[in-house]
Write a protein that binds this ligand. Structure first.
Ligand code: HEC
Length: 152
């Protein structure tokens, strides 16, 4: 497997065309889409490197997951649906420890919470998974993550 940096370079062109594609899909109506496309490109690039550092080892490079161990992140409602629940599960994790959300599926692995990442980092990585591999859900803003943390 190539080094992460080499993989990131190889995939960068695909990432750069993504915002253009999304802009033509009626995404402008969402609050997050009010950010400029250059800003969005930066957000997605940051989200991608955070994903590679924190999530990829379990959910895999294309979000395909590992059968029986970790769920896929492609075409699942918890990724593309309610932002509040997605943010909460990412901050708290899923498992049997105090503070984690209870497990939902037949997965033998557990997921630690990512409370230690900043609001901006959580927003970037979640925007990345919501807009990659065929997922096409509105971006998540830093403010939404801030609000979710206050509500806990
Ligand atoms: C140690 C492995 C591991 C890591 C690292 C990990 N996860 Fe998970 N993740 C899991 C497992 C296992 C589940 C399913 C838990 C359950 O429902 O019982 C899960 C569930 C999820 C779900 C819900 C999927 C569904 O089907 O409902 C999302 C969304 C998610 N993870 C996102 C992330 C993001 C974003 C990161 C990185 C910031 C991440 N995960 C890092 C193991 C991991």
């Amino acid at each position: 497997m190539p080094k992460p940096a080499a993989r990131a370079r190889a995939l960068l062109p695909a990432l750069v065309v993504l915002p253009v594609g999304l802009a033509s899909c009626g995404e402008q109506s969402t609050p997050a889409a009010s950010i400029g496309s250059a800003e969005r490109t930066v957000l997605l690039a940051e989200g991608r490197s955070l994903y590679m550092a924190h999530c990829m080892m379990c959910h895999q490079a294309q979000g395909e997951g590992v059968p029986g161990m970790q769920p896929p992140l492609v075409g699942v409602a918890s990724v593309t649906g309610d932002p509040g629940r997605l943010i909460e599960l990412t901050l708290r994790g899923i498992g049997r420890e105090r503070g984690q959300l209870p497990p939902t599926g037949p997965w033998r692995q557990e997921m630690l919470g990512f409370d230690h990442l900043s609001d901006k980092e959580i927003a970037a990585v979640l925007t990345y998974i919501r807009q990659s591999w065929g997922n096409n859900a509105p971006a998540i803003s830093q403010e939404q993550v801030f609000d979710a943390r206050q509500g806990r």
